[in-house]
Design a protein around this ligand. Structure first.
Ligand SMILES: Nc1ncnc2c1ncn2[C@@H]1O[C@H](COP(=O)(O)OP(=O)(O)OP(=O)(O)O)[C@@H](O)[C@H]1O
Length: 321
């Protein structure tokens, strides 16, 4: 649904050059939820703003729903943007308009006939769970309710793609969860493709099927979350399952074990039937697209057959010490 190749964007200000996006390739399949994770300054916002051409890239191709956005003139680009909704960290609502007014505004912009607007607004209010709050002004809403208005407004023109710019960063953990559940629900019910940027590992954990880690304008790893977990040295694996336990143990070999799928704990259970070892730390968790487990083990005795056993049962093993 979204295809990006060779994307570059450099800012020049006061004689200084900043390569905000430095050669990014990205494919987001239809109905996928893709998260780009990175720290402040990594280039996430620039990347996202290039996807709907709010920012014009210096190099690269951006195709959304089969349409090459970089080749469109201004008028066609405006139309293509109707198929790409966007939500923001600080909601960007009109303070002088009610909930219904804010959503109706998006329909006015896309030229929806006045007669059809009212019905569509109430449909959208229903969709995001704001029934009863139609006449409230943004100042009377909680952060979560404001983001629901943002989502309804972004979906007004029935886009196939939703871009999310740190949509939950300004929300408390409980509200974050309810907004992520709503996004996942919309992804499933409407088949909505979602590309989100975030600096929160929890967001990737809860709703992303695929993810990329971005640093200095580049993707340092990218792919389905279940696959990335199995890559040696994966930052995503370390971030999703931080193992802070002891990093040395006299007389033992320390290893980190990663396994995914419905039977994520099977390699470890199998190992326990044959060998003696200790679990220093770890857990199995349900992620958006898979179940996965990660543990730090202290192996006593000969480590080689134990590591071999785990690997032959589909687990990724990294020797720590
Ligand atoms: N309009 C601009 N002019 C000059 N430099 C910019 C501009 N926008 C972004 N940058 C620079 O580009 C780099 C990437 O910024 P960007 O906002 O895309 O990163 P980010 O990962 O989204 O970070 P944050 O989460 O803090 O927004 C940063 O070094 C930033 O200072």
């Amino acid at each position: 649904m979204i295809e990006i190749t060779g994307l570059r964007k450099t800012y020049r200000s006061r004689g200084r050059e900043v390569r905000a996006v430095d050669g990014v390739d990205l494919t987001v399949g239809e109905g996928d939820v893709f998260g780009v994770l990175g720290q402040s300054g990594a280039g996430k916002s620039t990347l996202l703003r290039c996807v709907n051409m709010l920012e014009r890239p210096d190099e690269g191709r951006i195709t959304v729903g089969g349409v090459d956005l970089t080749s469109l003139n201004r008028k066609r680009l405006r139309l293509a943007r109707h198929g790409i909704g966007m939500i923001h960290q600080h909601f960007a609502l009109l303070s002088s308009r009610t909930v219904a007014g804010n959503i109706a505004f998006a329909l006015e912009v896309t030229g929806e006939p006045r007669a059809a607007r009212k019905a569509r607004v109430s449909e959208l209010i229903d969709l995001v769970g704001l029934s009863g709050r139609e006449d409230a002004y943004p100042s009377q809403l909680s952060g979560g309710q404001k983001q629901r208005v943002g989502i309804a407004r972004a979906l007004a023109a029935r886009p196939k793609v939703l871009l999310s710019d740190e949509a939950t960063s300004a929300l408390d953990p409980e509200t974050t969860d309810s907004i992520l559940r709503l996004l996942l629900d919309l992804n499933q019910r409407l088949g909505l493709t979602i590309l989100l940027i975030t600096h929160e590992m929890g967001v990737v954990k809860k709703i992303c099927h695929s993810a990329a880690v971005m640093r200095d304008g580049k993707f340092v790893e990218s792919g389905p979350v279940a696959d990335l977990l199995h890559h040696q040295g994966s930052e995503l694996a370390h971030g999703l399952f931080p193992l802070a336990a002891r990093s040395s143990e006299p007389g033992a070999t320390l290893i980190d074990v990663t396994a995914s799928g419905e039977d994520a704990d099977a390699p470890l259970t199998g190992l326990a039937r044959r060998f003696d070892f200790r679990i220093l730390e770890g857990s199995v968790e349900t992620l958006a697209a898979t179940r996965a487990g990660r543990w730090r083990l202290a192996l006593t005795g000969d480590a080689a057959p134990q590591i071999e056993f785990l690997r032959s049962h589909g687990a990724q093993v990294e020797v720590v010490a």
